[in-house]
Design a binder for this molecule. Sequence first.
Ligand code: 5AD
Ligand code: SF4
Length: 483
Amino acid sequence: MNDNIRNTAEEEAAIPVREPERQYYYIEKAKRYFEQMCEAAGRPLTFCVTTFGCQMNARDSEKLTGILERIGYREEPEEEKADFVIYNTCTVRENANQRVYGRLGQLGRIKKKNPHMMIALCGCMMQEPEVVEKLKKSYRFIDLIFGTHNIYKFAELLAMRMESGRTVIDIWKDTDKIVEDLPSERKYAFKSGVNIMFGCNNFCSYCIVPYVRGRERSREPEAIIREIERLTKDGVAEVMLLGQNVNSYGKTLEHPITFAELLRRIEKIDGLKRIRFMTSHPKDLSDELIEVMAQSEKICRHLHLPVQSGSTRILEKMNRRYTKEGYLALADRIKKAVPDISLTTDIIVGFPGETEEDFQETLDVVRKVRYDSAFTFIYSRRTGTPAAAMEDQIPEDVVKDRFNRLLSEVQDISAERCSRHTGTVQTVLAEAVNDHDDSLITGRLGNNLLVHFPGGASMIGKFFPVHLKECKGFYYLGEIVKE
Ligand code: 5AD
Ligand code: SF4
């Protein structure tokens, strides 16, 4: 542990050893420092959490926000104006790191003008030792650095920084701990992400996640149910169950249960209207899960099923542990059991050794499955992963050409898939006032498509029957059907 602060023996004895009590103790402590800081500044101090990367990070940021608001900080949406800026970083692709360094330089200049300003960095990038070395050397103005495994200690680390006035750096290599019942703030009143597991054991050869998020750990089903029950009492209608590989949920529990069984239990929660989940690994998707999806009233008709490549040869080098034929057969089984399902995917182009023939296999899968949408990525060589050391890295111009061809195929198919609902009436959850036109509301169908329709802010968080009048490629314009 950091030795920036030395407490008296008496103070030490008053600090709870158990979690989450320990963190609530430090929230109170940080609160007292925070009040002094506001007094010195002569104004209430503000914070801004900037999230990079996936929904897992978005959920972590809500936890950071919950703690900061308890301490007394007010949220400031504009980063440049905030007194405490926290970057929750992602490191899945190399350029994500470069973006963070660029923005940090800018923040450093702002900090010079604001003596009350603090900067914290956390998230996946901090689990890479080279990154922390670079930050220590070239970005000395950073106040607090912590990683993914000890994010639950945010209040404690922040209190340390406030007390010592010195940079606090605390990164753990791994953990088997899950701390429940910490404060958390939701970005939306009516929907929420819910972590069901952390980490990943799959070691796909291109992916840094298992190294920065550690081994797979599942939350106890009772803790998940309790959290969702609380959320629904608080007005949440939709939950997104989060994990790197939700299909292997529960395997490491003392009393193992399957993901399908967890879904059955969540389905029974009164007041909950919609259940989503991500991400599913094709190799672990069971027939039991397909059956539960087919029978469920609440599980959304949407499945994100990353294929990564259509070539069995490349899939093997990626360590994905399924074949092209196995994936296609799985997609067919799902479509048969849940005919109205939307399938979406992730695809990587330009993995080491990928030939034009391999790429054609990927296009073949895209044409056969007909994804409702697909996230397409250019392969990024992540230091520390097995694929980074593979021979035959593909030249940039070849990858770009393949990427453009894939994108155009994906977009044509997704426009066609989207248009199949034209003229139908669907249940839509109103999510926000439209960014460009405040006479419109933006809502989401169960299958994840967006629809804009006339309405006002008071409708947010409620469900409406909406007539889908016009398809605009990847979203709809619609109108509420009056009863
Ligand atoms: N390069 C490109 N894309 C990657 N992904 C993960 N690692 C890499 C990498 N090194 C993509 C995968 C994954 C998604 C979240 O990010 O497609 O499913
Ligand atoms: Fe990365 Fe593969 Fe784990 Fe997904 S399943 S997080 S791609 S290693």
